[in-house]
Ligand binder design. Structure first.
Ligand SMILES: [Zn+2]
Length: 605
């Protein structure tokens, strides 16, 4: 086998920009000399993912993944090292000297087949065969610009046009079948096209590579058993629940706008873009999945849902909104006139009306209370009381007292408007009902899920440990000053502890802190990465370091309290209090003081 020269790989590394490649998967913000964002590889809510742009390295404190640009591409694109190198080389406009050029991996072949198919469909739309499709698109008010921007195409009728075309391009029948675009014939040999007489919408990943297709049948062309919309089947490239239509186009606009608009259909999405709301993506006609919510969360923090405005749509919207919130996205609901979707709303009432509805998107709670109003539509006293009861139950589930107050007020005003009672009286009555329901609140789960909060806290702690280490690594003088005051117990993570121990070793031996030496003393790859991510900063912010260390002490203090409490429960504490106990008393005092000040909240940023 001819060896691929390491020179080539170094050239690929040199020409690849880790920050740019990572940015397609998660939005990064600056934090000192590093960049930080939500990790694309685990359910991250605390931004545990760090990139050092100078050294082109990344590390996640949450799932402990990390490495260089090759590792990142391996993980995100699910490739082997060599495939990742080839992928990066292609991006950088280089060709790697291949061991066997004709041996393409199936994934690469699928990507190329999709690209070729998209080109084929586009060509057909412009051909004579595409005239009915063009007429339909014109009727749906799709402009030429949109057709180009979204790469809209047409899959012609007949059974083998695409298959024949792709074979002619040199793709193997096996790879073509694996792409899901063609299927083996049920009788006899050969393959037939999955999409026929359909308008084709390519679905891309965040970077714009075609990973699958959605096809809409032409009106009048609908054979009885054929669905109106059809998507590519699941392939190694395409998992419908993990893709969002137009994400590649909406990625930058949604970051600029600070929020995304989420719609259901292809036409809804295109109509939004035409109306100037280019931060819109579509779920491709199905219920939103948690994977899609997570995918979106990597790019933006807020989402506005513009789903169909009937009751069923409202209920679906609420479910999707809950999914967004558990992915760490704040969700709002765009209220549209009954029976409308964004596509016909924009075309009938105008872009401005839709823009206004987007601007006035309501919160999930309001959406929930409005849905209740719809369900308890009666105007008589009994249905009004039932509505009030149900609404109070919804408000009782809020864990935030200020939010509760807000909604009690809202509900009282609304209720008073439809009855003879005064709002203030209703408000009093609501509070009485709320306070009489502590049991109900517990039964419904109380403040939502304590578990993810805990894992958030663990992630925040690991990150704080890393930041302390970085501060120590960045400045010899500061390291010397602080190392003596810190105890190994402050570090809850093996990799972090290894870095700390190496630092202490240097200090004891009277050696200066040098990143290379510290790295050499760390055996774990994770520990080595943390060291490598350190950057020389003008570490003038010693106050910040002090606060972080105090934070670690608090966490450790909390653990200590728990340990001693466990001992006491087991009845195992000996008469003379262990030295830990005295220390614990001090920590407990400081802890309760801090908790009293309400400072046990977020990490300083
Ligand atoms: Zn992670």
């Amino acid at each position: 086998m001819e060896s691929r020269s390491s020179h080539d790989l170094e050239e690929v590394r040199r020409r690849s920009d880790l920050v740019q490649i990572v940015s397609a998967h998660t939005s990064l913000r600056r934090s000192g000399a590093r960049l930080v964002g939500l990790c694309p590889f685990h359910e991250d809510k605390t931004a545990s993912f760090f990139v050092n742009p100078q050294k082109q390295l990344w590390h996640c404190f949450g799932c402990k993944a990390g490495g260089d640009v090759f590792n990142f591409v391996e993980k995100t694109e699910n490739l082997t090292f060599i495939e990742a190198a080839r992928w990066l080389a292609q991006k950088a406009g280089m060709t790697l000297r291949e061991a066997s050029p004709e041996k393409r991996t199936q994934r690469n072949a699928l990507a190329e087949i999709n690209r070729a198919a998209a080109g084929f469909f586009k060509g057909r739309l412009r051909s004579n065969e595409g005239s009915a499709a063009r007429a339909y698109l014109a009727q749906r008010k799709i402009t030429d610009e949109s057709m180009a921007a979204f790469d809209i195409g047409y899959a012609p009728g007949g059974w083998e046009q695409l298959f024949t075309y792709l074979r002619g391009q040199g793709f193997s029948a096996g790879d073509i079948a694996a792409s899901g675009l063609c299927l083996p014939k049920q009788k006899g040999p050969g393959y037939y096209d999955r999409f026929r007489s359909r308008i084709m919408f390519p679905v891309c990943n965040a970077e714009g590579a075609v990973i699958g297709f959605g096809g809409r049948v032409l009106p009048g062309d609908e054979p009885g058993d054929s669905p109106k919309y059809m998507n590519s089947p699941e392939t190694p490239l395409f998992r419908k629940g993990q893709a969002l239509f137009a994400l590649n186009l909406a990625r930058k606009p949604m970051q600029q706008e600070g929020s995304a608009i989420v719609v259901e259909g292809y036409f809804d999405c295109i109509a939004c873009h035409e109306a100037g709301l280019k931060q819109a993506v579509a779920t491709m006609g199905t219920a939103l999945t948690s994977d899609q919510a997570r995918l979106l969360r990597r790019h933006v923090e807020r989402a506005k849902l513009a789903f169909d405005a009937d009751s069923a749509g409202f209920a679906a919207t609420l479910r999707s909104a809950a999914m967004f919130e558990s992915a760490g996205l704040s969700a709002e609901v765009v209220v549209m006139p009954a029976g409308k979707d964004p596509d016909n709303f924009i075309h009938e009432d105008g872009a401005e009306a839709f823009q206004k509805a987007v601007d006035q998107a309501i919160t999930i709670m309001e959406c929930r209370l409005r849905l209740l109003e719809e369900q308890h539509g009666g105007k008589d006293e009994r249905s009004r009381q039932a509505l009030l009861r149900e609404s109070v139950r919804a408000i009782a589930e809020l864990s935030d007292a200020i939010e509760q107050e807000r909604w009690v007020h809202w509900l009282a005003e609304r209720h008073a408007a439809h009855s003879k009672e005064r709002a203030a009286v209703v408000e009093d009555a609501i509070w009485k009902q709320l306070h009489s329901r502590p049991a109900a609140r517990k039964a419904s789960g109380g403040p939502p899920a304590a578990k993810p909060e805990r894992s958030d806290q663990i992630a925040a702690r690991l990150q704080a440990e890393g930041q302390v280490l970085w501060a120590l690594l960045s400045n010899d003088e500061i390291a010397r000053k602080w190392l003596g005051r810190m105890r190994p117990q402050l570090f809850s993570d093996e990799a972090n502890l290894q870095v700390f121990t190496a630092l202490c070793g240097l200090a004891e031996e009277g050696l200066a802190v040098a990143v290379d030496v510290v790295r050499g003393r760390c055996a774990q790859a994770g520990a080595q990465r943390i060291v490598e991510l350190a950057v020389l900063e003008s570490a003038d912010d010693e106050g910040e370091l002090g606060r972080l260390i105090e934070r670690l002490e608090d966490w450790e203090g909390g653990q200590l309290v728990q340990r001693v409490a466990d001992e006491v429960i087991r009845g195992g504490l000996a008469d003379p209090l262990p030295p830990e106990m005295e220390e614990m008393e001090q920590k407990k005092r400081r802890l309760s003081k801090r908790i009293g000040e309400g400072s046990a909240g977020k990490l300083p940023r």
